[in-house]
Ligand binder design. Structure first.
Ligand code: NAD
Length: 348
């Protein structure tokens, strides 16, 4: 039985990947600073530890065949694009990656998956709403619009350098906006799909959307993302690949799609706020060529499932708080702060 280490196994994509690896017959060790927020980890062994600490990394890497590296200090626009977290983002994520390659080399573990991001692409290819989709060869000369993107670019090169000098078998995916159930939807680190769903659920008639709403993105449902990761890992492809949807949509149209799903009467107010690039989409030519596969599920299908999950989770948590006002953990308390008193009364 193959043994896999999933770094960031308490996070959104990592916790889903653990489930998938278990289905695929792996023995799985997970590591993270936190346990998964919404369901128990399916890892055979879960180490709660800080990957900035090399002694912890050594314990985690020891004895595995493959490493899936998804741990990063990250979040949505409110976390990445305000500038306030830049030093943490660069220091923490770079240190995690430096520790992992060093430990893998010393433990003779050679196969690694690294989760990069579309945020590593140069900003000049993303200045308009209708820019051509990003192909992998647009990565250089490097000029990401965030320190988060620069760290991803550095770490891609770090893994590739270990491939060149120490024979690491490296797989790199550049994820484009992954979303789905059991992802963070409150607290400042949530990304646009989850944030929009929560805003619509909580709305009494109007939601705030950052920017003029014409900025474009594509969004990929978690199951397809995890499928892509496993296909990439099983392939012979050693060059970085986009794992993203090529169904591009403006943020306001995306918000309208979610409002339609909710069946509520909600209008959109565009306000100033932290924004990323103006337009971004995934070009899937290379992944089709290399893996004979690319994501195809329509955005509406995935966002409906995500909306239903957030709706149910928010209301269950609110009910729980009402029944046990002194109980609950941080997640519940954060959630209740975002619900107004009227809604809580209605839930009794
Ligand atoms: P996430 O924040 O849910 O998961 C990352 C996990 O890393 C968290 O659980 C966090 O606790 C853990 N972590 C952070 N610092 C750590 C440390 N020092 N030691 C141990 N664990 C630590 O994020 P996610 O959405 O699951 O993303 C997973 C990976 O994919 C990240 O590397 C992210 O940059 C990349 N990515 C995600 C997206 C997306 O849309 N979700 C897009 C592009 C790239």
């Amino acid at each position: 039985m193959k043994k896999a280490l999933v770094c960031g196994a308490g996070g959104f994509i990592g916790s889903h990947l653990v489930k998938r690896l278990k289905k695929d017959g792996y023995w799985v060790r997970g590591v993270d600073l936190v346990y998964p927020e919404f369901s128990k980890s399916q890892a055979d062994e879960f180490i709660k530890g800080d990957l900035r600490n090399i002694s912890i990394v050594d314990i985690c890497v020891d004895g595995v065949d493959e490493v899936y590296q998804l741990a990063a200090d990250m979040g949505g626009a409110d976390f990445i694009f305000t500038g306030e977290n830049d030093s943490d983002i660069m220091h923490n994520s770079a240190m995690i990656n430096l520790n992992i390659v060093d430990s893998m080399r010393r433990h003779n573990v050679k196969k690694v998956f690294y989760s990069s991001s579309a945020c590593m692409y140069p900003q000049e290819h993303q200045l308009e709403t209708d820019v051509p989709a990003l192909t992998e060869d647009m990565a250089y000369p490097g000029n990401p619009d965030s320190e988060y993107g620069w760290e991803k670019l550095f770490s891609e090169r770090l893994y590739l350098a270990y491939g060149k000098n120490y024979g690491f078998d490296v797989r790199i995916a550049r994820f484009h906006n992954i979303f789905g159930p059991e992802g963070t939807y409150i607290g400042g680190r949530e990304k646009a799909p989850a944030a929009l769903c929560r805003k619509v659920i909580e709305s009494k008639g109007e939601i705030m959307v950052y920017g003029d709403g014409k900025q474009t993105r594509s969004f990929l449902y978690i199951d397809e993302c995890v499928d892509g990761v496993r296909r990439l890992m099983e392939s012979e492809c050693t060059e970085p690949l986009n794992i993203g949807s090529d169904e591009v949509i403006s943020i306001n149209d995306f918000a309208k799609m979610i409002i339609d799903i909710s069946g509520k009467e909600v209008t959109i107010k565009n306000i100033e706020g932290p924004l990323g690039v103006r337009g971004r989409n995934s070009d899937n030519t290379l992944i089709k060529e290399k893996l004979g596969w690319c994501p195809t599920q329509k955005l509406e299908v995935g966002i409906e499932k995500t909306y239903d999950w957030i709706n149910e989770t928010l209301h269950t948590e609110a009910r729980y708080i009402f029944e046990s006002p002194d109980g609950g953990d941080t997640v519940y308390r954060r959630t209740i702060n975002s619900l107004d008193r009227e809604q809580i009364k209605w839930l009794q």
